[in-house]
Design a protein around this ligand. Structure first.
Ligand SMILES: Cc1cc2nc3c(=O)[nH]c(=O)nc-3n(C[C@H](O)[C@H](O)[C@H](O)COP(=O)(O)O)c2cc1C
Length: 164
């Protein structure tokens, strides 16, 4: 294919997303997490969601062998948490209160929503691995405003009045 990767990336950045932090444990039982905006819904019955992890991510092997995941949909005041989990090779959980979920998956607190999932399928997809997971438990805060990501930047959601 003969197109410019930078322009392609910028073009995809026009698609607005929320931001998630997805956690799991590695084979040694250490907590692992990654910021991901590739998250999306897939199916209601069974309840399935998906996200993709880059082949260069240090946490990829942990995600590949995981027995459970937790997807945290971030609130609009959690850009710092997003940045923390987007930095490779750091102790991302340092000082964070963590609870234990399904299969001891690390749960972060105070997000807009939290989905506890079990693995459903994995697919190689170019320079990423696609993860599909089945949601077994979830909580949400219906009053929370979500963190928004657009064009490589964090943004805020605003209502758009429609005149009919
Ligand atoms: C808003 C945002 C969204 C991101 N989405 C993804 C994603 O969907 N998949 C991915 O592999 N990396 C994504 N990243 C980059 C990872 O969070 C980053 O590469 C992280 O350092 C990987 O950590 P690790 O090497 O410790 O696994 C995103 C980063 C940001 C800031």
């Amino acid at each position: 294919m003969n197109f410019d990767p930078r322009t392609f990336r910028d073009t995809l950045g026009l698609f607005v997303t929320g931001v998630t932090v997805i956690t799991t444990r590695d084979a040694a039982g250490e907590p692992v997490g990654i910021t991901a905006n590739s998250f999306n819904s897939v199916s209601l019955d069974p309840p399935l969601v998906l996200w993709s992890v880059g082949l260069k991510a240090l946490s990829l092997s942990a995600f590949s062998t995981a027995t459970a995941y937790a997807v945290h949909i971030l609130r609009d005041d959690q850009a710092e948490l997003s940045q923390r989990f987007a930095k490779s090779g750091t102790d991302k959980f340092h000082g964070l209160p963590v609870e234990s979920g399904l299969h001891d998956v690390p749960l972060l607190q105070d997000c807009a929503a939290r989905l506890e999932c079990l693995p459903y399928a994995q697919h190689a997809a170019g320079d990423h691995t696609l993860f599909i997971a089945e949601v077994h438990r979830f909580i949400s805060d219906s009053n929370a405003m979500p963190l928004v990501y657009h064009g490589g930047r964090y943004a805020e959601l605003a209502d758009k009045p429609v005149t009919s």
